[in-house]
Structure formats: C-alpha cells, structure tokens
Ligand binder design. Structure first.
Ligand SMILES: NC(=O)c1ccc[n+]([C@@H]2O[C@H](COP(=O)([O-])OP(=O)(O)OC[C@H]3O[C@@H](n4cnc5c(N)ncnc54)[C@H](OP(=O)(O)O)[C@@H]3O)[C@@H](O)[C@H]2O)c1
Length: 308
C-alpha cells in the first residue's frame, strides 16, 4: 500500500510516497481501517520537523498524520464494537502516526461510528481540530452561557470549530481573522469579527471572560489587557503559559477521547455544526497539502483523499 513517510526530519519536501508492506491482521481489540480521507494538522508539520520528539518520540521511517475516516476492513479477536464494512472516524496516537496511508491498525477504543450522510472528507477534519476546540472551551475553559469569549484564528481549523461551539453554548463570541475571512467567520456564528492586522482588537474586544489562543506570541500579549480580572486565557500553543495581572492562564493539551468525538459527530449529523474545507488533495499531492498548511492561512481544514 501507499504511505506518505519521512526518513528524516525537516520540511514537507522530506515527505515521500512509499510503497510499504500490507498491514498484519489486527490483534486483540485492534481493527484494520481502509482509510478514505485524512485530515492534516499543524501537529503533523511539527512531527515532520522533529520538534515534538520530547513529547511524541517517533522512529523513522514515520508515516505522517493522525486524523482519518474510512471503513473497517477486519476486526481483531477481542474487538466487539466494530465489524468489517462499518464506516468509522478516529485518531491515531501521534507517536504511531499513520493516517496518510491507505490503511491503519487502531484500537477500537479510538474509533467513533461515522453517521450516514457525513462524507469521509468532513469526518477526517474533526478529530484533532474540533476535539481541541471542545477541550479548550468546555474542558479547560469551563465556558458557560452569557460569557464573553475571544477566539483567535477563527478561520483556521481549531478556531472555526471553537466559534461554532461557543456560539451554540450561548456565549458572546468575538473572533479574529484577516479581512477576507470575516464573512466566513460571521457565518460560523461570531457576533463580532476583528481584523488582527489592525488596531481594532483593542477597541472592540473588552471585558473578556475567556480567550482561546491558537496563535501565541503577539496575539497572547494583546489579549491580556482585554481580559477582565479573574478571567482566563486558554492557550493551545504555549505549554508554559502563566497568568498575569490577575488574569489566569492554562494550557490545553489535546488527547483523543472517542466519546467527545461522538458528541461532535452528533452535532454534525444534526446540522448544528459545519465543517469548512479549505481544500482536498489526492494522496499523490499530499506534500503540496502540507506546504499549503505550513503557510499558516488555511481557511478551514486541509484534507487528503486516498486512492481507491
Ligand atoms: N495544544 C494542543 O493540543 C493543540 C491541538 C490542536 C492544535 N494546536 C495548535 O494550535 C494552532 C492552531 O491550529 P489550527 O489547526 O487551528 O491551525 P490552522 O488551521 O493552520 O490555522 C490557520 C488560520 O490561522 C489564521 N491566522 C494566522 N495568523 C493569525 C494571527 N496572527 N491572528 C489570527 N489568526 C491568524 C489564519 O487566518 P487568516 O488567513 O485570516 O490570517 C488561518 O485561517 C497550531 O499551532 C496547532 O499546532 C494545539
């Protein structure tokens, strides 16, 4: 089968489409999934660069990406939840990788059933980005109705889901995006969208209860004075974040939780949630997809479609 692998760390040009041996039969409660689509994330670029070796050490060669949707091919002897033919979506451990391939072995506990009517490309967009938005807002951020929340990079993968989920939770949502993405972010449910390239953030985002920081650096620095005393900044980019001047701060570290993905899928199936797809690339062009994501201005999620 085909797999997009790295044999050394670096930039996306290090990724090569290799022919690799077929997978062994699933053991214990593993299932073998024929992957139809993979969603790519900035984490994949950090893994590719070798920047995550202390957190997620990998052995080379390494098959990139974690998020996938596909069809169960075979189930291990102790697997009870899935059978061949079931449509599924899930996430592989970053240390294992393997979503940019035609098939993967995964514990059935990491899988969610894919409801009818949801395309593989939409489903593959969800695990890391929507899961992180959920964790940052509800797990770490304890968001409640009526609170004022600022979501940075609202046109991106995590931010686009965070805007929708925060609005549905009854928050007042202020979001940042460049001017060309304001229509999109409004359509996702933001009450106000601010161009982060201008000075209008300071004028329009005040008395915030919660900031979801998916950017770091200057975006973090600009956020502190906008948060009310005892408010909270949740960073998904700075693991060492510390509160300041009476404002609290916490790092949200995403770990896949299939029941949370089930809840996100239910919202997608009922039409409450939408998936914004930046682009869909065939596996042969997955390297170009990584380069595009690395540009930092994807509009929604970047997806790779596997060959039949
Ligand atoms: N801690 C965790 O467990 C965890 C989990 C998931 C993701 N993350 C991290 O979170 C970050 C965001 O991930 P993502 O998937 O959302 O990335 P992404 O989809 O690549 O984000 C792209 C978006 O960022 C926007 N953007 C770029 N610079 C900006 C700025 N200065 N201010 C506001 N928006 C800006 C762009 O909007 P415009 O084109 O409008 O500029 C674009 O839409 C990454 O660093 C990722 O590694 C961490």
């Amino acid at each position: 089968m085909k797999a997009l692998r790295i044999h050394g760390f670096g930039t996306p040009d290090r990724a090569v489409l290799d022919d690799v041996a077929p997978l062994p039969a699933p053991a214990a409660a593993q299932v073998a999934v024929h992957i139809e689509a993979a969603g790519i994330n900035p984490l994949d670029l950090k893994m590719l660069a070798g920047h995550m070796q202390t957190v997620f050490p990998v052995k080379l060669p390494y098959t990139l990406a974690t998020d996938f949707a596909g069809v169960v091919q075979a189930a291990g002897p102790q697997a009870t939840r899935f059978r061949p033919g079931d449509r599924v979506v899930g996430r592989l451990e970053p240390t294992a990788g393997g979503a940019l391939a035609q098939a993967a072995l995964v514990s059935e506990l990491a899988l969610s059933p894919l409801p009818d009517g949801i395309a593989f490309e939409q489903a593959a967009a969800l695990p890391t980005a929507a899961g992180t938005a959920w964790l940052a807002l509800f797990g770490v951020g304890r968001l409640q109705a009526g609170l004022r929340v600022l979501i940075h990079a609202a046109a991106g993968g995590v931010g686009g889901f965070a805007v929708q989920l925060a609005r549905q939770a009854g928050a007042h949502v202020v979001a940042t995006a460049s001017a060309g993405n304001h229509g999109l972010v409004k359509a996702l449910g933001a009450h106000e969208v601010v161009d982060y390239r201008t000075g209008e953030l300071e004028a329009r985002a005040r008395d915030l209860d919660l900031v979801i920081d998916t950017v770091g650096g200057g975006a973090t620095e600009r956020s502190w004075p906008l948060i009310r005393p005892a408010g909270l900044l949740v960073s998904v980019v700075d693991h060492a974040i510390q509160g300041q001047d009476g404002v609290r701060a916490a790092f949200a570290f995403f770990q896949h939780d299939a029941p949370v993905l089930d809840a996100i899928l239910a919202r997608l199936a009922s039409g409450q949630l939408q998936v914004v797809l930046d682009s869909i690339h065939p596996l042969e062009e997955a390297r170009a997809a990584l380069v595009h994501l690395a540009g930092g201005h994807a509009r929604g999620k970047v997806i790779v479609r596997m060959p039949g």
